[in-house]
Structure formats: structure tokens, C-alpha cells
Write a new protein. Structure first.
Length: 340
């Protein structure tokens, strides 16, 4: 029970912690000053959403996200959200592959070497169905989380930062809603693909509560650290580097490698959501589907996605808030539907 629960917990965290989160950019965009309550609410909302999604997935014994999506948003909106999730996963994965190429350039390698490395790793990962992804998460994520937490705690102690100052100032509490909503669609896609592999509801509780508490704790410590160096963040594309500048160069290299793994886990989760959906339409081995998807994605990494994202992400924000509301009120409206 515990082993399985932790396996799903790491899958959830791996889906959520992408390069945006690990670098601090995503946290700083939503939180910042006066956000302690917002992060507490995010922890609560996130755990509830994961619990609902996993329970629906478990009850449906799903192998892709469509049955779960249909139960959460209703039959009428399923087609719309099906397209939106697919586009979201596709564009996010392309951006992650491009991010790997950019990471390669940062270490003076060719852009295409960075792209090739992540593509080959993704193919290898899915040679044995999704078991490779689950094993990878159990190995990589403790390193990523441990490394990130270590840096943040060392920085907090070195700078003698107060963890609970300004508790009475919590005007940014509403940030919990868009930040939680941002992560909902990929969670539905990934958790919808493992419903037939979950064996008990105890696993679901371990995974949902554990992932919420871990992400909430790291988010609080990370945000508190970023607040102390707020004036310097304008100079850094990656806020984490503003913290790392206080430490030896080797630490920067180590965290840069961990950031690449954050990119990789997000790309892997995106590919899982895509191939699990396509397998219900196209019957072929998962590794072959992965190759075909990557062949379609790699040329697109050379395009500028800023325009596409500037149109799609605001729409995602609105649609995701609707999904978040449905998940938080799931028991209530489910009873209403059963009465009718």
C-alpha cells in the first residue's frame, strides 16, 4: 500500500514540478509577498483535486484520461476539454524539448544535441510501457526535491531568514485558485492513464495528501527565500540562480542538472498523457507511438511559441478554473446529478 501510494505520489509531483516550478519563475509569478495563506490553500486544493481525479480514475479503471474527463466536466464539454488537454500536453512537451536544447547550449553543446538527448531518453523510458516512467520518478524526484530543499534551507539559515514573519498580511490569498488551476489539466491526463493500475483507496490518500504536503512545504520555503531577494529577481531569467550565486560554482552545475531532470519529468508526463489517449484510437506499441510523436514535435521546437502561448494560456486559465470548481465541489454536484 505505502510503496504503491508513494509511486503515485512521485508521479503527481513529477507532473507538477516542471522547469517553471523548479526554477522559481512560476512561484514568483503567482505568489511573492503576502502569500502564506495562498500557499496553504493551494496545498489543500491540490490534495483534494488529486484525490478526486484518482478516485474517478480508480472507479472507471481507466487507461486514458477521456472517461475521467467525461465524469468531471460532463458529456457536453468533454470534446472541448479533450482537444484542450491534447493541445496543452503537446505544446508543453515541445517547449520542454526546446528547453533541453537550450540547456545543452548553456553547457556549450549544440542545441540539437540537447534535443536529441531528451528524445532518446524519452524513447528508452517508454520501452517497457509506463513502468519505466514510474521507476524514473522514484529515483530522480527524491534527488530533485532533496537538492532543491537543501539549497533553500541552507539559504534560509545562512541569511537568517524568518519563516513566519508578516503572517497578518495575506492579501494575495486568491492566487491559490489560478496556481492550482494551472496544474489541473496535466494531472487529469496523467492520473487518468493509471486508473487500472491503482489497487486501493489507501494508495490514493497517500498519493494525494503526500504530494500536496510536499509541494506546499517546498512552495512556502521557496517563496519565502525569493521574497528576501525580490530586488535582484529582475536581473535573472531563472530566480533560482539569484539564490545560487551565493554558493560555489559546483552547486550551480548540480542544480542545473536537476533543472534538466525537471524538464525531463514534465516532458515524460506530457508524452504519457498523449500516448495513453492515442492508444485508445491507434493500436500500436507505446514505444512506437512515442517515436512518432517525437518525430512530429522536434521540428516544431525551432518555432517561436510565444504567440501561440499568449493566445492559448489565457483560455486555459479560464477553462481550468471551471475544472477546479468542478473538482472542489465534486461530491456536491455528483449527488445533484444522481437525484436528477
Amino acid at each position: 500500500m505505502w510503496r504503491a501510494g508513494l509511486k503515485w505520489m512521485f508521479l503527481i509531483i513529477g507532473t507538477t514540478i516542471g522547469a517553471g516550478y523548479a526554477s522559481g519563475r512560476e512561484l514568483w509569478q503567482f505568489f511573492g509577498h503576502e502569500s502564506g495563506l495562498a500557499i496553504l490553500l493551494f496545498t489543500l486544493f491540490f490534495s483534494i483535486c488529486c484525490n478526486v481525479i484518482m478516485n474517478v480514475s480508480y472507479e472507471k479503471q481507466s487507461t486514458d484520461y477521456l472517461p475521467v474527463l467525461r465524469d468531471i466536466v460532463g458529456v457536453k464539454l468533454t470534446k472541448l476539454y479533450d482537444v484542450m488537454i491534447f493541445l496543452y500536453l503537446f505544446t508543453t512537451t515541445v517547449v520542454m524539448i526546446a528547453g533541453s536544447g537550450a540547456t545543452g547550449q548553456a553547457f556549450n553543446f549544440s542545441y540539437w544535441w540537447g534535443v536529441l538527448v531528451i528524445a532518446v531518453c524519452l524513447i528508452i523510458l517508454f520501452l517497457k510501457d509506463i513502468s519505466g516512467l514510474l521507476v524514473m520518478n522514484q529515483v530522480i524526484l527524491p534527488l530533485l526535491l532533496g537538492g532543491l530543499l537543501y539549497i533553500l534551507l541552507i539559504f534560509t539559515m545562512d541569511q537568517e531568514l524568518s519563516m513566519f514573519s508578516h503572517l497578518s498580511e495575506q492579501r494575495n490569498w486568491t492566487a491559490a485558485f489560478p496556481f492550482t488551476a494551472l496544474n489541473i489539466l496535466p494531472l487529469i491526463a496523467v492520473l487518468g492513464a493509471i486508473g487500472n493500475k491503482v489497487r486501493s483507496k489507501q494508495e490514493i490518500w497517500i498519493a494525494s495528501l503526500g504530494s500536496g504536503l510536499i509541494l506546499g512545504t517546498i512552495s512556502f520555503i521557496y517563496n519565502n527565500s525569493l521574497i528576501q531577494i525580490a530586488d535582484e529577481l529582475l536581473l535573472y531569467e531563472i530566480p533560482l540562480f539569484a539564490i545560487l550565486k551565493h554558493y560555489p560554482f559546483g552547486m550551480l552545475i548540480f542544480m542545473s542538472i536537476l533543472l534538466w531532470f525537471a524538464i525531463f519529468t514534465t516532458a515524460a508526463a506530457g508524452v504519457l498523457g498523449i500516448v495513453s489517449r492515442l492508444q485508445s484510437i491507434i493500436k500500436m506499441p507505446i514505444w512506437l507511438l512515442v517515436i512518432l510523436i517525437l518525430v512530429a514535435m522536434i521540428p516544431l521546437t525551432t518555432l517561436g511559441f510565444s504567440t501561440l502561448i499568449s493566445y492559448i494560456y489565457p483560455v486555459y486559465g479560464i477553462l481550468n478554473l471551471y475544472v477546479l470548481t468542478r473538482l472542489l465541489l465534486y461530491p456536491y454536484w455528483k449527488k445533484m446529478e444522481e437525484r436528477n
